[in-house]
Ligand binder design. Sequence first.
Ligand code: B12
Length: 323
Amino acid sequence: MVRMHDPDGIAQALADPSRRSILEALRLGRKSVSELCEITGLKQPNLSNHLAKMRAQNVVHSEREGRFIYYSLEAPFAEVLLRMHAVASRGARRRLKPGDSADHGAGADGMSIESSALASQLLQYLLAGDEAACSAVLNNMLSANFGMAKIYLEVFQPALRLIGDLYEQGKVDEAREHVASAIVERMMARVAEICLPVVHRDCHAVLGCVAGNLHSVGVRMLADSLHADGWKVTFVGADTPTNSFIDLVALEAPDLVVISVSLENQLAETRNLLAGLRNLRDGGQMFRTALGGHFKVGPYIDLRIDEFIADDLDDFTNKVNGV
Ligand code: B12
């Protein structure tokens, strides 16, 4: 059961170096006030003040044992949020697509601090299944002029991936994962409706998941991004039977076919699909094929000249545009 915490409290705690050092210390297990003073170097009145506020916001909790009061992390996902903050604080900034709002504070593997706070806020609301609160986070991003690439790559994607980490740790069940991805899909529909193409290109893409793959959110991001860039897009969605995927490509004659693969057991169907698409090309149809998704097919498939693999939306966009 996931309890609702005050996401602002967690966001504030992550933004404050003193509170962060307290949370970092508590990651290792419960600590008394004097232990926390020693580890963090904070003076006791200052420490107690932070602890009282974080306890009120359900970020930490306390228990008395004899003369001592011990503190522990309250939010079951506080550990993941701390990791996310650490990632956001390292290295260089991700290149953003034109139209993304300018500087929101440098972050490491590309995530800005502001995006990481928004992603952690969204994560809380997604876990609580609170769609209205998720929409409010999206509204804030839209009014701050965040572009599609920034919203998708810096906020939606990390929040979903952290849900995957929590699932792996047994802290989130599949139903909650379904709720979260359904909410994200509806929010993406809102973003896509706003980010309309400025120019129309004479380019057409067919995108979908290989048979057996239910992970459609990532490839939907690619579809939305191509659409916003002026492409005609045919999105076939999750778990597309191989023969009908090939028939559709034969009929639509696109310039690009995009295939998403998420698990190793989808490799055989991926090979079948690729073989069918190669037959179409050998028969005279002209299109490129892109492969990607959670499962990295690179080591298992020898690519032909018109085929490429990309890691994420950013990498995909660069490769499509020949950057
Ligand atoms: C939401 C989710 C689901 C949802 C999917 C709903 C939906 N409509 O998409 C549901 C509940 C159906 C689901 C089911 C399963 N899932 Co799941 N799921 C996730 C989760 C939490 C998020 C996926 C997501 O949307 N990520 C965000 C998107 C944006 O990232 P992405 O998919 O990687 O896409 C990006 C790139 O990969 C790339 N990309 C994607 N496609 C393509 C295609 C091309 C051509 C290119 C170039 C790039 C590209 O661009 C995208 C944007 O940057 C992940 C965790 C994770 N780490 O991702 C687990 C995760 C992928 N699932 C996992 C598992 C095990 C499963 C299940 C077996 C069991 C389960 N958890 O229920 C089933 C299998 C279903 C199946 N047959 O496919 C594991 C996979 C582990 C592994 N062995 O690799 C993960 C990693 C969770 C975990 N840590 O255990 N899942």
